[in-house]
Design a protein around this ligand. Structure first.
Ligand code: ADP
Length: 483
């Protein structure tokens, strides 16, 4: 099958979150499964620098009033074919792909990602400028969801839209619909219109042949008012076409037996070596080197979504459990300031690193005893899967992908061999506190703890399963399109 994978970010070059990782790993897994995949992404400066030898494969004139002319560049990397959209006025900007130097959305984001969506659709149509035409165009989040609308109104390939986070919907003034070349009859409540605006995501969810999101639980949650961010009625309407597929993790990068960032490598059969990583982490972060209490860890955007205000509320209580706490993250100023102050009050017991540090994140996963993700919502989440792979049982709230990957420890799940962490329901400091107490008690029972670690490390989080599930979605989308 010929699949165009259209994305606004791709790791390791341009990444703001989980989408960047998925865009790097899923096309590779689909390629390994024998599919003909092309990845379409804007030629941001980071990609131009990475691939200076990319060659022009097509020149496109302006195809709609708001869209400037552009060139398509082709390049092969690690067995994958990339198509870069070269349009310097839109994409030749440093840093974050969506925000300017002041942290504000670029004013012309509607045009920037309108062009990306428009070209994605074109590569699945008879008028494709390449000697290649997609059977399926797969868009991700609002930035490429509009491709499904062009394909619906003009004909062409089957379309799939994947939701990585439904909170971001790409809403723009109505005039942009004309500027992007959408037909007048697209301006309907069951077309691209959303409360008087053009919403890229709503349009995609309305008009794609199939929709997916990044975990089965999130697929259910976004159909409810609490998590749907206004799109729940539409998602309920399309429930039969909506599938939740859990992301995989990059098992070459996240493997404790080969990870070059670690003090000592280890595996499920050599868990004793994890202790050397724990000691090294305590030394590196200035935590007291002691073995009488567990080290809890957080690596995260410090935001309300991630529920870290619940942890901050517990404050000094954590040291009385007793436990140590290691935090790595950046985000909302109140949380950064609050955690910094907490660390200053409890030197040796609470360590806070404000910043983004990939290597340290690996050392924390290996050195910590348990990993905290009290998220209010979490479409899929990666760190709980890294934690399971590193023998660091996760403590999570039952939401989205966290609910689909972490199995709470109790006599039944222990007997079944599925228990791998700690799950709580209510997003309250009290519920978190009770779970932390339970975690410390379980940590003291070395046999049970060891079983939790083993159960987590045994699970297969590779992309192979996800790639198979996406292939089924592509096939369904194609059969809808054929009828
Ligand atoms: P989200 O996309 O909502 O931020 P995910 O769990 O899906 O959450 O992905 C976040 C990714 O970013 C993970 O790989 C996580 O380890 C990484 N990450 C987040 N904050 C930091 C940080 N401060 N330093 C290093 N890695 C981080």
């Amino acid at each position: 099958m010929k699949v165009l994978f259209a994305t606004s970010e791709i790791a390791p070059w341009v990444k703001t979150g989980g989408l960047g990782d998925v865009a790097a790993a899923l096309p590779a897994a689909l390629g390994d499964a024998g599919q003909d995949i092309r990845v379409l992404v804007p030629a941001y400066p980071a990609l131009r620098r990475a691939f200076p030898y990319a060659r022009e494969i097509a020149a496109l004139p302006s195809v709609a009033p708001a869209l400037p002319p552009c060139r398509l560049l082709g390049v092969e990397n690690d067995g994958l074919s990339f198509i870069l959209i070269d349009c310097p006025p839109l994409y030749d900007r440093p840093g974050n792909p969506y925000l300017d130097a002041h942290g504000l959305d670029w004013e012309d984001n509607g045009v920037r990602f309108g062009l990306l969506s428009r070209v994605a659709a074109l590569l699945g149509q008879a008028k494709t400028p390449l000697p290649w035409r997609a059977d399926v165009v797969h868009g991700h989040d609002w930035q490429t969801a509009l491709a499904a609308a062009f394909l619906r109104y003009e004909g062409g390939a089957a379309s799939v839209v994947t939701i990585h986070n439904v909170a971001f919907q790409g809403c723009f003034p109505a005039e942009l619909a004309v500027g992007l070349g959408l037909p007048p009859d697209a301006w309907r409540f069951d077309g691209v219109e959303y409360h008087g605006q053009l919403s890229f995501l709503k349009a995609g969810l309305q008009l794609a042949d199939r929709i997916s999101t990044v975990s089965p639980t999130y697929a259910r949650e976004i159909q409810g008012e609490d998590f749907g961010y206004g799109l729940a009625p539409l998602l309920r309407h399309r429930a039969a076409d909506l599938t939740g597929i859990l992301n995989g993790i990059d098992t070459a990068l996240w493997n404790p037996s080969r990870d070059p960032a670690l003090k000592t490598n280890y595996g499920a059969a050599r868990l004793g070596s994890k202790r050397a990583n724990r000691r090294a982490l305590q030394e590196e972060l200035g935590l007291a080197v002691c073995e009488d209490r567990p080290v809890f860890a957080v690596i995260s955007r410090l935001t309300h979504q991630k529920g870290l205000d619940l942890l901050l509320t517990l404050g000094a209580g954590i040291t009385h459990l007793p436990a140590q706490l290691a935090i790595l993250g950046t985000g909302e100023k109140e949380l950064e300031t609050g955690f910094r102050a907490l660390a200053a009050e409890h030197p040796g017991q609470i360590a806070v690193t404000i910043g983004f540090d990939e290597a340290l994140s690996h050392r924390i996963e290996a050195g910590a005893d348990a990993f905290l993700m009290p998220s209010r919502f979490e479409p899929c989440g990666l760190n709980q899967m890294y934690s399971l792979a590193y023998g660091t049982p996760p403590i999570v709230r039952a939401t989205g992908g966290l609910a689909d990957t972490v199995v709470d420890v109790n006599p039944d799940t222990l007997a079944a061999g599925s228990a791998n962490g700690f799950v709580f329901q209510e997003a309250t400091p009290h519920a978190l506190w009770l779970t932390l107490e339970r975690t410390v008690a379980t940590w003291r029972n070395r046999r049970t703890w060891h079983r939790l670690q083993q159960n987590g490390m045994r699970r297969d989080f590779s992309w192979t399963q996800a790639a198979k599930a996406y292939l089924r979605v592509y096939e369904q989308a194609c059969s809808v399109r054929a009828t």
